[in-house]
Design a protein around this ligand. Structure first.
Ligand SMILES: Cc1cc2nc3c(=O)[nH]c(=O)nc-3n(C[C@H](O)[C@H](O)[C@H](O)COP(=O)(O)O)c2cc1C
Length: 223
C-alpha cells in the first residue's frame, strides 16, 4: 500500500447529501444549457485577466499521466488576428469548394460560410495546441499519453469557464490548421487543435435553431 512518492490528505472535497448533489448537478446543467455557439461578436474589449483565469481553469484538467499536453495562445493583437483571419478564410474557401456534399449538408442548417469576420471582431482568439510530445531540458523527447483526450477535456473546461464568466464562445476549426502554428511561432511538436473565439456576443447575435439529444438517446444505465 505504501508508495515512495509523497501524498497529502485530500482537500477541497465535501461529502454532500443526495439533495445537495442533485441541486448542484441541476444548477450546473441549467447553466451549461444556456451556452450556445456564437458567431456574431461585439468588439467590446475583455480584460486579459479574465482570459488568464479561464486558461488557468483549463490547466486544472485531468490528463494522461498528468503530462498536461496543452498550450493555449491567447491573441488580442489586431495584426495577428488579421493574419489568422486571412489564413483561415483561405483554408475555408478551399474547404467549402471541395468538401463532400454530406458534410456541407450537415453544416447548412448552421448557416456558416468561408467568411470569418469574427476572427478580427472578437477581442480574444485562444488557439489550443496539443503537445504531441514533451521536451526535456537536454532536448530529448518526453512521451505524452492520451493527448487528444486530455486536450479535449481541458478545452471543454475552458469553454465552460468562459461561459460561466459571462462570455460567448465559438469553437472554430479551420481545416487544415497548420497555419496557426506558423503564425503563432509554435514548435513543430505542437499541433493546433481548435480556435476558441471569445468575447461579448453582438447585441443582435442570432443562433441557429438546433436540438440536443435527450438523456435516453445519449445514455444507457446499467443497474
Ligand atoms: C470540435 C468542434 C469544431 C467546430 N468547428 C466549428 C467551425 O469551424 N465553425 C463553426 O462555425 N462552428 C464550429 N463548431 C460549433 C458547432 O457547429 C456547434 O457546437 C454545434 O452546431 C452545436 O451548437 P451549440 O454549440 O450552440 O450547442 C465546432 C464545434 C466543435 C465541438
Amino acid at each position: 500500500m505504501g508508495t515512495p512518492f509523497p501524498h497529502v490528505p485530500l482537500t477541497g472535497w465535501t461529502a454532500r447529501s443526495p439533495e445537495e448533489l442533485l441541486a448542484r448537478a441541476r444548477a450546473m446543467r441549467e447553466e451549461l444549457q444556456q451556452r450556445r455557439t456564437v458567431r456574431d461578436f461585439a468588439p467590446t474589449p475583455v480584460p486579459r485577466e479574465v482570459i488568464e483565469e479561464a486558461i488557468r481553469a483549463a490547466g486544472t484538467a485531468p490528463s494522461g499521466a498528468n503530462r498536461q499536453p496543452w498550450h493555449f495562445v491567447a491573441v488580442s493583437d489586431p495584426e495577428t488576428k488579421r493574419q489568422i483571419r486571412e489564413a483561415a478564410e483561405a483554408e475555408e474557401r478551399e474547404f467549402y469548394a471541395t468538401a463532400p456534399a454530406e458534410w456541407l449538408g450537415a453544416l447548412a442548417p448552421l448557416g456558416t460560410n468561408p467568411e470569418k469576420p469574427f476572427l478580427e471582431i472578437a477581442p480574444w482568439l485562444i488557439a489550443v495546441f496539443q503537445e504531441r510530445h514533451g521536451e526535456a531540458p537536454d532536448g530529448s523527447r518526453i512521451m505524452n499519453y492520451y493527448v487528444q483526450e486530455s486536450v479535449g477535456i481541458a478545452s471543454g473546461m475552458l469553454i465552460a469557464t468562459l461561459h460561466h464568466a459571462g462570455l460567448a464562445t465559438l469553437t472554430h476549426t479551420p481545416s487544415p490548421m497548420a497555419f496557426l502554428g506558423k503564425i503563432l511561432g509554435r514548435p513543430a511538436r505542437e499541433r493546433a487543435m481548435m480556435l476558441i473565439v471569445t468575447g461579448y456576443a453582438a447585441p443582435d447575435a442570432m443562433v441557429p435553431v438546433i436540438a440536443k439529444k435527450g438523456l435516453a438517446e445519449i445514455a444507457t444505465f446499467v443497474g
